[in-house]
Design a protein around this ligand. Structure first.
Ligand code: NAP
Length: 245
């Protein structure tokens, strides 16, 4: 039995990851801003799997509250063995091409909020000498693209943060994994046509949890994105800037 915190638990991807952990008998703390939806999801996981599931409000942007939030989690679960960061947003992407406040918000939620809470979790797990940190980043963080670079930059920063954390904590018994989904069929991609390799949140959740439990360092999900991004990263900038991708 592990004690696992899932942040951004109202996302379908996180919800199905919660199913995977609960099925394995783990105790969960589900966190996000929408408390009503959280309670609904927590109740559903309790009934389906007979699991112990706590739920609590968490706002990535309220960095001053992160320390108290982690203490609430530790009190509820009686400790912590793993944290899965799934929270993220692409809201305001269009505005972010012009407005400083919009670009800052994308960075605050997708990067600063994640780095803040995971820094606190890392200190706890490092002292314990065991545990895991899984961060859901994105293939969008692998290369700056004209269509989404304010979001991609935040995810790219998050991937680098996780990489450094992994290299620090690997000597301390703590596993850090970077999960890089391609397109997932959720609210974030709703209404966008012909997305290549679009995967269901169930599939991405299942493969992500498998990667965590196998102790992987980086997992592209589905795996085909490893090859896609290898090719995309190899295209020289002078050609890439003329392409419409
Ligand atoms: N969908 C895709 O194609 C795709 C591809 C690659 C990576 N991803 C990543 O996968 C993760 C899940 O995304 P999704 O597609 O499932 O989108 P989603 O349904 O919009 O879920 C986003 C989650 O983030 C939470 N969140 C947003 N702002 C927050 C804040 N300020 N504080 C705390 N939580 C916040 C939301 O909860 P509340 O609103 O309740 O706070 C929700 O649980 C994200 O990190 C996303 O970047 C998605």
């Amino acid at each position: 039995m592990r004690r696992v915190l899932i942040v951004g638990a109202t996302s379908p991807l996180a919800r199905y990851m919660a199913h995977e952990f609960a099925r394995a008998g783990d105790r969960l703390f589900l966190a996000a801003r929408d408390e009503q939806e959280l309670e609904r999801i927590a109740g559903d996981v309790r009934v389906r799997f007979g699991a112990t599931v706590h739920a609590g409000r968490f706002d990535a942007e309220a960095i001053d509250e992160h320390e108290a939030f982690l203490q609430t989690v530790l009190d509820a679960l009686g400790g912590l063995d793993g944290v899965v960061w799934v929270a993220g947003t692409m809201d305001g992407l269009e505005e972010a091409f012009r407005q400083p406040s919009a670009v800052r918000r994308l960075i605050d939620v997708n990067f600063s909020g994640a780095a803040s809470l995971l820094t606190l979790c890392a200190c706890y797990l490092e002292q314990q000498g065991a545990g895991f940190i899984a961060g859901v980043s994105s293939v969008a963080g692998d290369r700056g693209r004209a269509q989404n670079y304010p979001y991609g930059a935040a995810k790219g920063g998050f991937s680098l943060f996780l990489q450094g954390l992994r290299n620090r904590l690997s000597k301390r018994g703590v596993q850090v994994i970077t999960i890089k989904p391609g397109f997932v069929d959720t609210r974030m991609t709703w209404g966008r046509d012909k997305l290549p390799f679009l995967a269901s949140p169930q599939r991405v959740a299942r493969e992500s949890v498998q990667a965590i439990l196998k102790g992987r360092d980086i997992a592209y999900v589905p795996g085909v994105w490893w090859l896609v991004m290898l090719v995309l990263r190899a295209i020289p900038e002078r050609i890439f800037k003329r392409m419409n991708i």
